[in-house]
Write a protein that binds this ligand. Structure first.
Ligand code: HEM
Length: 160
């Protein structure tokens, strides 16, 4: 139980911390670099996506193990009465992972494709491509905000 909790909390710190660091620190700095940020993005996006997916999966898998222990193997009365805040938190955490995998992942992949093409050509993005990149970045920003809210709800449910 202790090892599972340790793994769960460490992975959750990395996942949530990474998401907040990217959204509030790294992304605004990169946006300020303008045309120069393409090469950085090409290296950064796949690595961040991999790291966040692994951290999210470890958080959820260890969380599911803990959840089974805390609810006597998914006893409905424990899940929806005694441990309701934990159940709602777990649900929010699962949703955060789904947003990351099914929304942030494909959006990041499209942005990566745009930047990779421009970097390979050694030319800046065309006005059309720059517009498309701005739309994708705005989408990533909104997805990141949603993930942050869901993670905060999960955290509140866990510690109540
Ligand atoms: C962003 C997602 C998540 C974060 C940030 C998070 C964070 C935490 C933290 C900090 C604790 C330690 C609380 C304490 O000991 O007081 C904890 C415990 C726990 N978490 Fe999560 N968690 C997340 C997702 C999940 C999910 C998806 C599940 C289940 C599927 C889950 C199940 C649990 C359980 C059962 C505990 C033990 C609760 C207890 O000791 O009373 N967590 N979590």
């Amino acid at each position: 139980m202790f090892v599972l909790l340790l793994v769960h909390v460490l992975a959750a710190i990395f996942w949530m911390g990474g998401t907040l660091f990217f959204g509030f620190v790294l992304e605004p700095v990169l946006a300020g670099l303008g045309a120069k940020n393409g090469e950085v993005m090409v290296r950064l996006i796949p690595r961040i996506h991999r790291a966040m997916t692994v951290a999210g999966l470890v958080t959820i898998l260890a969380g599911l193990g803990l959840y089974a222990l805390h609810t006597s193997a998914f006893d409905l009365k424990l899940m929806f009465e005694t441990r309701l805040p934990l159940t709602l938190g777990a649900f929010a955490g699962l949703l955060a992972l789904l947003v990351g995998v099914f929304f942030q992942g494909p959006t990041g992949a499209k942005l990566l494709e745009l930047y990779a093409k421009a970097t390979a050509n050694g030319a800046p993005l065309s006005p059309d491509e720059a517009r498309a990149a701005a739309v994708l970045k705005a989408r990533l920003g909104r997805g990141g905000q949603l993930e942050t809210i869901l993670m905060l709800l999960a955290l509140i449910g866990m510690v109540i």
